[in-house]
Design a binder for this molecule. Structure first.
Ligand code: NCD
Length: 324
């Protein structure tokens, strides 16, 4: 694998390979010494132009547990705020000998620009670009579903027939978009649930089974996994719903809605959560919530991605995904 930019176009076999390697990585994370020597001598740069806590720390932990050297480059306070371009930043990283660049950027397509520019020879991992894609989040979500549903028999299995409902701010969510494509590649049946104002205008190209405007109807259809999305207030410059109270009433996962879900359905959220808005404290903290498992699994999945990118033996596989 040369880069990981998107889940659109990501081959099923490669997606399963990443998930299976992540199983191997997870198995090492219960040991007292979690660190593996695998990427000793490699340099991973975390290039974050957008605020992030868990994703940046997760990539940092993943790289360090594989013994790579990690350089964190936050755009705030760097010369990027003085107007240095992506090209200059990339060329600086190249000159420093980066082997992989993990990039988060507010502009959709920035990771793809970096990967196809010729400015750097490093592998590029998209850690979230604008409202476009967040492939490692989708992979860790799929890993979490597979684990919860198939347990120790997860290896090699896809999500054939698994019913997933993705709920909330689909319009602004790179998590939703990356999940829709990966989940459909893995055989899951995806339902989108949102107010019409928080859905993209044209969904005809999205591989989803149905779109619902009513959360209770989605719950009555007994999904195996209910994925709640954060309301991305920072990306909203208009009124997408009347009030937060009204949103919570109609679209929030309340204690009553949690109780109406089948007993073995799981509740997911990529974090950070707006408790009381899209998800109630009862749902967030219930045993059916996988929120913290998602964080733990994120490290294993990112270890797998960095390993497949940098350990060499898969270097000739073209696995960029069909990012534009
Ligand atoms: C997501 C993101 O940044 O896209 N969060 C994350 O990666 N932990 C989702 C979100 O911000 O709502």
């Amino acid at each position: 694998m040369r880069h990981l930019l998107d889940t659109v176009g990501l081959e099923r076999s490669l997606a399963l390979e990443i998930l299976d390697v992540a199983e191997d990585m997870a198995a090492t994370q219960h040991r007292e010494v979690k660190k593996l020597p695998t990427l000793r001598g490699k340099t991973v740069v975390n290039l974050f132009f957008e605020d992030s806590t868990r994703t940046r720390i997760s990539f940092e932990a993943a790289a360090k547990r594989l013994s790579a050297d990690v350089i964190n480059f936050a755009a705030k306070g760097s010369s990027v705020s003085k107007g240095e371009s992506l090209q200059d930043t990339a060329q600086t990283l190249q000159a420093m000998g980066a082997d992989a660049v993990v990039i988060r950027h507010g502009a959709s397509g920035a990771p793809h620009t970096l990967a196809s520019s010729g400015w750097i020879s490093a592998g590029v991992v998209n850690a979230g670009d604008g409202t476009h894609a967040h492939p490692t989040q989708a992979l860790l979500d799929a890993f979490t579903m597979r684990r919860r549903l198939h347990g120790d028999a997860s290896r090699g299995r896809d999500l054939d027939g698994v019913k997933v409902a993705i709920v909330g701010d689909i319009l602004h969510s790179r998590v939703a978009r990356s999940n829709v494509w990966l989940l459909s590649t893995l055989g899951a049946e995806v339902t989108l649930v949102a107010p019409p104002t928080l859905l993209p205008q044209d969904l005809s190209a999205w591989p989803v089974a149905r779109v619902l405007f009513d959360l209770d109807e989605a719950i009555a259809a007994e999904p195996d996994a209910l994925m709640m999305l954060r309301i991305q207030l920072e990306r909203m410059n208009a009124a997408y719903f009347p009030t937060e109270r009204e949103y919570a009433r109609r679209w929030g996962l309340s204690a009553a809605r949690l109780a109406a879900l089948p007993a073995d359905s799981i509740v997911m959220h990529p974090g950070p959560m707006n408790r009381g808005l899209e998800i109630s404290a009862e749902a967030a903290d219930s045993p059916r919530s996988t929120v913290l498992e998602q964080v733990t699994n994120g490290v294993s999945v990112r270890m797998a991605v960095l390993y497949l990118l940098l350990a060499g033996e898969h270097g000739d596989t073209d696995a960029e995904g069909g990012a534009r």
